[in-house]
Design a protein around this ligand. Structure first.
Ligand code: CBY
Length: 427
């Protein structure tokens, strides 16, 4: 028998394990877990050719408590090797994700974080982002999504950052929350998570002025996220998971059960349509669906109560077409000041990148391009030798029939008769 005196203690322990920052969460209940299985299978069956491609997946496996020791070990090993080899310099956001994943839910990788001095390396990268803004018209080396990830990791893993810099650079009016005049929900959501962490930390130091400012920023960013609501999604389907996390910690939005039902219905719909076939897309939505946020990585309850899913180890097979492959004809153009047009024939089911390759074969001078492999697939870095630049906020925008794509060149499937374009743009 347990002595009665221990009961209140047990109760205290129980409450301390409940994530304290949550306003209200919207979780998938057990009867609907089967709907999430495609997400788990996508993450488990993908081929991770380099450490940076598995950063989000390691973080999610640990945060959600999906036990798959061999994948967890492989991903953590690959990340550590990438960091140790020093061959390719990680960006601030990549290093931050590395720390969040390696350090999530108290595990033996914490020793590596200390040994390799990852937190002080991240402090330096955060500084370098700020210095770049000072030298280049307020433009960071990477972007505000990564700056927010860096701040979040520094805040959770006891790194140092200047609260004055935070109040100076993270005002909701800052242009870096926007691409053109479009508010970036992904970016705003990550900033809300980072600022919420900072808010809790500064409370300890009692700097009332900074505290007040930061809580205003959080509220304002949460409003901007909610203003981007479309049929239960925030921004688009790929920003919704992180937007949910941000709303969990900063608003009462999901106190209303109807709001929760609406979001979950839209997300389930997209899961069944196969929208989350890239491991990073699955990794970015799953924590929210399980009621977790990135702020929980250092929570004592992190990773306890592992979840059991029915997973299949089938590699995502290539579907053998039942009919002979058909060709389709599409228009393709490159627009800088003037526009260069062509028409190419590609196989039915081709993606935007296939069209770019076909055009390049037809006319190397006009249509040559370069790509960089990212966890979102190929990112177009240059066309006709003209390179995108973060310092100048320039990039190659992808459009179909005049509308910007919501997926990258390696994912967007083209249709017969489409009018495709890459346009030299500013964001
Ligand atoms: N991650 C990052 O650094 C990326 C942050 C992010 C906000 C990201 C979206 C959100 C996320 N969850 O990761 C982001 N995109 C940024 C910052 C950018 C800019 C990159 C340059 C910079 N300053 O770092 C920029 C140039 C504005 C941009 N994205 C361009 C594009 C287009 C790429 C075209 C090309 N040249 O290849 C494109 C295709 C939009 C277009 N029509 O041209 C685009 N992005 C898309 C569609 C997306 C979404 C991808 C969705 C998908 N399934 O493929 C996105 C999730 C993302 C990746 N971009 Co950007 C946004 C969304 O739709 N919700 C951190 C790092 C460690 O991983």
């Amino acid at each position: 028998m347990r002595p009665a005196g221990q009961l209140p203690l047990t109760g205290l322990l129980f409450f301390s394990l409940i994530p304290s920052q949550l306003c209200q969460i919207c979780v998938v209940n057990e009867t609907n877990f089967w709907r999430l299985e495609p997400l788990i299978n996508t993450m488990l069956n993908a081929n991770y050719t380099k450490g940076t491609l598995g950063l989000n997946v390691l973080l999610t496996l640990r945060l959600v408590g999906i036990k798959n020791q061999s994948l967890e070990q492989q991903l953590s090993q690959q990340i550590k090797e990438d960091i140790n080899s020093g061959e390719m310099e990680l960006t601030s956001g990549e290093l931050a994700l590395g720390i969040l994943g390696l350090g999530a839910c108290e595990n033996q990788d914490e020793e590596f974080i200390r040994g390799a001095r990852l937190v002080s390396k991240l402090e330096a990268k955060f500084q370098a982002e700020i210095q770049n803004m000072e030298a280049h018209d307020g433009n960071p080396l990477t972007n505000y999504y990564q700056l927010s990830l860096a701040l979040l990791a520094l805040c959770l893993f006891n790194g140092s950052y200047s609260v004055t810099s935070v109040t100076c650079y993270f005002t909701p009016e800052n242009k870096n929350y926007y691409f053109g005049d479009q508010f970036s929900v992904d970016t705003g959501a990550m900033a809300v998570l980072a600022l919420t962490c900072v808010q809790k930390n500064t409370q300890k130091n009692m700097d009332m002025n900074a505290e007040g400012k930061i809580s205003n920023y959080v509220a304002s960013l949460a409003n901007k996220i909610q203003a981007e609501r479309k049929q239960g999604l925030f921004g688009n389907i790929f920003s919704t998971g992180e937007a949910m996390q941000a709303l969990f910690v900063s608003s009462d939005y999901y106190k209303n059960e109807a709001n929760c039902r609406e979001t979950l219905r839209a997300v389930f719909d997209n899961i069944s349509r196969g929208a989350f076939y890239l491991p990073i897309t699955a990794a970015q939505i799953l924590p929210a669906l399980m009621g977790k946020t990135y702020l929980d990585v250092t929570n004592p309850s992190c990773g306890l109560n592992p979840v059991k899913f029915n997973t299949s180890t089938e590699k995502p097979g290539t579907v053998t077409p039942t009919t002979a492959p058909l060709n389709i004809l599409v228009k393709y153009s490159v627009r800088i000041n003037k526009t260069s047009h062509t028409e190419v024939t590609v196989r039915k089911g081709s993606v935007f990148l296939d069209v770019m390759k076909a055009a390049q074969e037809k006319n190397e001078t006009l249509f040559r391009f370069t790509v960089e492999e990212t966890s979102w697939g190929p990112y177009i870095t240059s066309v006709q030798g003209i390179k995108a630049s973060n310092n100048d906020r320039t990039y190659w925008k992808l459009l179909s029939n005049g509308q910007p794509l919501s997926q990258g060149a390696g994912s967007h499937v083209v249709q017969n008769g489409d009018n495709l374009e890459v346009r030299w743009s500013k964001y």
